[in-house]
Design a binder for this molecule. Structure first.
Ligand code: CA
Ligand code: CA
Ligand code: CA
Ligand code: CA
Length: 308
């Protein structure tokens, strides 16, 4: 029976071959490695959480005597490997524990799968038994990040009297978690009558959001709206982020100045001096800014009593 070549180019022997060749183990063992996948663990477990046992998972006890097994020592093959800093190992039992909080988002941002790989050596204090154990551990996501917008509020200017159906882009939220734990839905909280939200989900799980104006806005009736846009993830206990959307309805010059009366009548004595005030009149304009600046001028000259 020949050893088979593993993915990393090293040779590994089938277990049944190893069992019947225990006596040859000492001479063969130094060239062997074993790959093990420990059970997935959720991120953010407290320090000291049990992860798995390298000795039992690698079945080393099945290929050496109990006496030799009791002399084994388990160590990280490369203590300088950053991945190994996440774990501690009991040198005698081969039990692995977390040594710090493992944050999936720091380790595997934007990756669907988060797998940590490192090597452990199993060596005997008394014999030259040496086995390299290639360990893989999947870190699963928990919903520990809420959707967040990159700002608390935004202001959008929309001209009044706009055509119905006009859309304005809205920013989307970011959630560093994975899959269902990332942003799944958007909503306008207590949507104000003239507005609705359009949500397009793209193939890459990103969203394109736009605010839709459903009815013409009249600045002279209401010049400001405040909406609350929420982004929710799909966690078992969903987390939500909010964005306040201020809408300024900007003015169009859609109102003419209106005099306080339809007609003003003044009489003047023929002895009135130049510059004498005959009376006052005024007009108002519902628009804003320059659209409400009123200039007065006489466009119809007075006629004399004979109409000339
Ligand atoms: Ca995390
Ligand atoms: Ca989340
Ligand atoms: Ca997470
Ligand atoms: Ca106006």
């Amino acid at each position: 029976m020949q050893p088979t070549k593993s993915l990393n180019g090293k040779y590994i022997l089938p277990h049944y071959f190893l069992i019947v060749n225990i006596l040859n183990m000492i001479t063969l063992s130094t060239s062997q490695s074993v790959k093990i996948n420990l059970s997935p663990i959720p991120e953010e477990q407290k320090t000291g959480t049990y992860v798995g046992n390298v000795a039992s998972a690698s079945s080393i006890s099945r290929v050496i005597t109990q006496a030799e097994f009791s002399t084994l020592r388990f160590d990280f093959a490369d203590p300088s490997d950053k991945q190994t800093h996440l774990f501690s190992i009991n040198g005698r039992s081969g039990a692995l524990f977390t040594q710090t909080l493992i944050d999936r988002e720091t380790l595997c941002e934007d990756m669907q799968e988060c797998t940590i790989r490192f090597d452990i050596t199993a060596s005997s204090d008394l014999t030259d038994f040496l086995r390299l154990v290639e360990v893989s551990i999947n870190i699963t996501d928990i919903n520990d990040n809420m959707p967040s917008f990159n700002t608390d509020d935004i202001t959008i200017d929309i001209p009044e009297n706009n055509a119905l159906g006009i859309t304005k882009p809205l920013p989307s939220a970011v959630d560093r978690d994975n899959g269902e734990n990332s942003v799944q839905t958007y909503a306008l909280l207590d949507p104000a009558e003239p507005f609705s939200l359009n949500v397009e989900r793209r193939l890459n799980n990103k969203f394109t959001l736009s605010l839709v104006v459903n009815s013409a806005l009249d600045r002279e009736k209401q010049d400001r709206y405040t909406l609350l846009l929420t982004a929710s993830d799909g966690g078992t206990q969903p987390l939500t982020g909010t964005l306040t959307v201020h809408i300024n309805v900007t003015d169009l010059n859609d109102n003419s100045p209106v005099f306080t009366q339809q007609e003003y009548a003044y009489s003047v004595v023929e002895t009135a001096g130049v510059g004498e005030v005959l009376g006052r009149l005024s007009a108002t304009d519902k628009d804003a800014g320059k659209n409400a600046d009123i200039r007065y001028s006489l466009i119809f000259a007075a006629k004399d009593s004979r109409g000339r």
